[in-house]
Design a protein around this ligand. Structure first.
Ligand code: NAP
Length: 252
């Protein structure tokens, strides 16, 4: 059975590095035209677009602002015409200790929610409206293992934002399935990226390795094939589900 994304337009946020970059490469290798979203790493996004081909294109937007996600959606609609799959992958994990002063702690909380949850929510809303008018579409939200087991004290906002993404995704799956719209969560554990490196620098690599059943930390390339599989419609009847990609940490 061939898994093909030919003639599929995919909006992928946070594709300039980490999990998003590996996902863009895998999606394009299966034939997709990818809207490669970036925030600050324009050059990296443009180099990626050149590498993956398929008439893919880079789109910049700060998803930490109210207007950023809407501008991104409009720009991709204008550039691509239609969108078949939305993948909300962009995210931030800010270390915010409980003894930080209230104002700064709340600022970290708010920014985390803006990028991880609010931007995901508004992009999902736009996608649902668009998909309803086209008879269907797919949404994949990159949540986290932290949604299910919580996180360390410094990352409570992060875990909460990821928990919100899970409920949002399940609600979309429930509400719009009859209209051909399916929605999935991916919940990675530690994955070797800049984001995980910040945590590893703080807690040490042993902390992460002790948590998993496998003998090495997950890499972005270990996450990407599942995104291709879901985007291609190979698991539509798993709509509403979360796929744990955490190197067996729940069975360890
Ligand atoms: P990463 O390497 O830190 O990359 C983050 C991506 O998000 C970048 O493309 C970045 O864009 C974008 N981004 C950051 N702030 C943004 C903003 N304000 N507006 C728009 N885009 C913004 O992260 P990653 O590890 O690949 O994580 C990808 C997703 O997987 C995230 O949702 C993360 O929570 C989730 N996840 C990661 C892990 C892990 O261990 N790595 C585990 C569980 C879940 P620029 O580079 O252009 O600024």
């Amino acid at each position: 059975m061939e898994i093909s994304l030919r003639n599929k337009n995919i909006l992928l946020t946070g594709a300039s590095r980490g999990i998003g970059r590996a996902a863009a490469e895998a999606l394009a290798a299966s034939g997709a035209r990818v809207a490669v979203h970036y925030n600050s790493n324009k050059e990296a996004a443009e180099a990626l677009v050149k590498r993956i081909g398929n008439n893919s294109k880079a789109f910049g937007a700060d998803l930490g602002t109210g207007e950023g996600p809407l501008q991104l959606w409009e720009a991709v609609r204008e550039g691509f015409g239609t969108i078949d799959v939305l993948i909300n992958n962009a995210g931030v994990a800010i270390s915010s200790p409980i003894d930080k002063n209230d104002e700064e702690w709340l600022h970290d909380w708010g920014h985390t929610m803006m990028v991880n949850l609010n931007a995901t929510a508004i992009l999902c809303k736009k996608a649902v409206e668009h998909f309803k008018s086209r008879g269907g579409g797919r949404i994949i939200n990159i949540s986290s293992r932290a949604a299910f087991r919580g996180d360390t004290a410094e990352y409570m906002a992060y875990a909460s934002s990821k928990g919100g993404m899970v409920s949002l995704t399940r609600s979309i799956a429930r509400a719009f399935g009859k209209e051909g719209i399916v929605a999935f969560n991916i919940a990675p554990g530690f994955t070797r990226t800049d984001m995980a490196q910040d945590f590893i620098d703080q807690y040490g690599e042993g902390y992460a390795l002790n948590d998993i059943a496998l003998n090495r930390l997950t890499r972005p390339e270990d996450i990407a094939p599942t995104l291709v599989f879901l985007a291609a419609g190979m698991a539509d009847h798993a709509t509403g589900a979360t796929i744990d990609l955490n190197a067996g940490s729940y069975v360890h």
